[in-house]
Design a protein around this ligand. Structure first.
Ligand code: GLY
Length: 234
């Protein structure tokens, strides 16, 4: 759950769900995040209001009271429990890869929002969102989050970006002699938006399938919870 804070108040950004384990069905070791989607159906308007009222706004007020007003992006790691939302960690940054899906969904320009946060002007500010869901699939170097090779060649990126609604963010690449080479563990964020989570998911994987990178891999089940819920609702 992401909120923009200006020292006095906070406005919620869109919620997103990350997939931390390296393999499908949440198996294998933890990673920085293998994919994300937004919005998440689990953050209902009621849950959203609870998170703001019980977690975000008291934090902003508490920081101010201690003489340490916080301005910037507050990233609340929240677990939804039978007793309501519980905070288990804060970061003072965007999430990666959650930020990528937020940026696809953000209708407003992020820069004035960040300036309003700096200038203490959020109470007069509004951030608008496209309703269409967005999904991002992380392509990582084989071996990640353990040892992996750098310098392997990635092709097909232009072709992948032609999929409707797709957008590819580079996370760990380098351009060398006209080629794109992997230069990290999490290497590409293959994102797409769509009318439904299923459509966004299908488009993201269509784009993934156009990328020619034998030394890379990705999870194949990003956003499955939201797709299942969409199916159940018919
Ligand atoms: N995706 C988790 C994080 O940014 O910490």
């Amino acid at each position: 759950f992401f909120a923009l804070c200006d020292g006095d108040t906070a406005i919620a950004l869109a919620p997103a769900q990350d997939h931390k384990r390296v393999f499908d069905h949440d198996e294998g070791p933890n990673t920085g995040g293998m994919g994300a989607y937004s919005p998440t159906p689990f953050v209902t308007p009621e849950v959203h209001d609870q998170i703001m009222a019980r977690i975000i706004l008291p934090t902003v007020a508490g920081m101010k009271k201690r003489g340490m007003p916080f301005k910037g992006v507050l990233y609340a790691g929240v677990m939804l429990t039978a007793q309501g939302p519980k905070l288990f960690e804060y970061n003072v940054r965007f999430g990666d890869p959650e930020c990528q899906v937020l940026m696809l969904r953000m209708m407003s320009d992020i820069v004035p929002a960040l300036l309003a946060s700096c200038d203490g002007q959020l109470k007069n500010f509004d951030v608008r969102w496209f309703p269409e869901p967005a999904v991002t699939v992380v392509m990582a170097a084989k071996g990640y989050p353990g040892d992996y090779r750098k310098g392997t060649r990635i092709e097909g990126l232009d072709d992948a970006a032609k999929i409707e609604g797709a957008e590819i963010f580079h996370a760990g690449t380098v351009a060398k002699d006209g080629a794109i080479l992997a230069n990290g563990g999490r290497v590409l964020n293959v994102c797409a938006s769509g009318k439904t989570v299923l459509e966004a998911q299908q488009r993201a994987y269509q784009a993934v399938d156009r990328i020619k990178w034998p030394e890379g891999f990705c999870r194949r089940d990003i956003a499955w919870q939201a797709v299942e819920q969409e199916r159940a609702k018919g």
